[in-house]
Write a protein that binds this ligand. Structure first.
Ligand code: ZN
Length: 275
C-alpha cells in the first residue's frame, strides 16, 4: 500500500540519479516524488515524465523557482525568463506545483529590502504564465539563517502578505517544518493561509546543527514536534501528502535503501497527527 508520503529527490541525490531514485521511492511505498530541475534535465524532460508515470508517482513539486533578485538587477529579466521556462517544464512533467523561494542578496549587495522587492516584482511577472499553464507556485518561506544566500522571505506572514498583494490566484504556500517550526506565529499564520497551503515538507532540526545547509535531520532525530505541526496544518485545511526533504551529509553517506526505509518508518511513527 502506498503512503501519503512523497520523496524529495534531493534526499538521495548523492546515491541515485532520477530513474533509480524514482524506482526506489516506488519500492518503499512512496506515492509521490519531488524532483529537482538538474536531475530532470540530466535525465531529459520527456524521459523523466515517462518514468514518473511508469512508477505510478505523483509529482508533488518541482524544485525550485523564484530567486528573482539573487543575480541583481542586470540579471533580473534572465531570472524571470528562466522561471517561465521552468513553468513549461513543470507542465511537461505534470508537476502539481513549483516550489518558489525568495533568493538571497545580489552579489555585493547589502540591500535586503531591494532583494525582497525584486522577489515580488519577479513573481508578478511570471504569474500570468503560471496561471495560463495551471501550475501553482508554492511559496516557501525559509528559515532566517538563509536570508543572505537563499531565501530573503523568511516568515509565513511575509509570504502571505506577498500572496495577498498579488491577488493569490495561482499562488499557494509550502510549509516546511525545517523553516517554520520556530515561528511563534505559526498557528496564526497557517490558519490565515488556510486552503492556500498546498505543500507540507518534513525534516528535523538537529541540536546542534553543524552545517546551515547540509545537516538537516531525519524526523525524530531533532527537536521538531511533527504531530503538533501536522495538527496545525490540518486544522488550517490541508490534509494532503507530506514530502520528506532532507539535505544531510550524514544521510547522503548511507545506502539509499536505508535512507528510504528509515524515512518511511519515522513518517509512520513520528509524523502523524495524534488521535
Ligand atoms: Zn521545503
Amino acid at each position: 500500500m502506498s503512503l501519503e508520503l512523497s520523496l524529495n529527490l534531493a534526499t538521495v541525490r548523492m546515491q541515485w540519479k532520477l530513474p533509480q531514485a524514482v524506482e526506489a521511492a516506488a519500492r518503499h511505498g512512496f506515492s509521490g516524488v519531488a524532483p529537482w530541475r538538474e536531475m530532470v534535465q540530466e535525465t531529459g524532460i520527456t524521459e523523466s515524465a515517462r518514468i514518473f508515470k511508469a512508477n505510478g508517482m505523483r509529482v508533488t513539486g518541482y524544485c525550485r523557482g523564484g530567486l528573482f533578485g539573487a543575480g541583481g538587477r542586470s540579471n533580473f529579466q534572465a531570472a524571470i525568463d528562466d522561471n517561465a521556462r521552468m513553468i513549461d517544464e513543470a507542465a511537461a512533467i505534470e508537476a502539481e506545483g513549483i516550489v518558489v523561494i525568495g533568493g538571497g542578496l545580489a552579489p555585493g549587495s547589502r540591500n535586503l529590502a531591494d532583494a525582497r522587492a525584486m522577489f515580488v516584482e519577479g513573481l508578478a511577472a511570471v504569474l500570468p504564465h503560471a496561471r495560463a499553464c495551471r501550475i501553482p507556485l508554492a511559496l516557501e518561506p525559509m528559515h532566517p539563517m538563509y536570508a543572505a544566500d537563499r531565501g530573503c522571505i523568511t516568515t509565513l506572514r511575509e509570504m502571505l502578505d506577498i500572496a495577498d498583494t498579488l491577488g493569490n490566484d495561482g499562488l499557494g504556500i509550502a510549509i516546511d517544518t525545517y523553516h517554520v517550526w520556530w515561528d511563534p506565529q505559526l498557528r496564526l499564520q497557517a490558519a490565515r493561509a488556510g486552503k492556500r497551503i498546498i505543500a507540507h515538507h518534513i525534516c528535523d532540526w538537529l541540536v546542534p546543527t553543524k552545517h546551515m545547509l547540509t545537516d538537516r535531520g531525519m524526523m525524530g532525530d531533532g527537536v521538531i514536534d511533527f504531530p503538533a505541526i501536522r495538527q496545525i496544518v490540518e486544522a488550517a485545511g490541508y490534509h494532503g501528502i507530506q514530502e520528506v526533504e532532507i539535505f544531510s551529509d550524514y544521510w547522503w553517506g548511507r545506502p539509499g535503501d536505508e535512507v528510504l526505509a528509515t524515512a518511511v518508518e519515522r513518517f509512520k511513527r513520528v509524523c502523524q497527527e495524534p488521535g
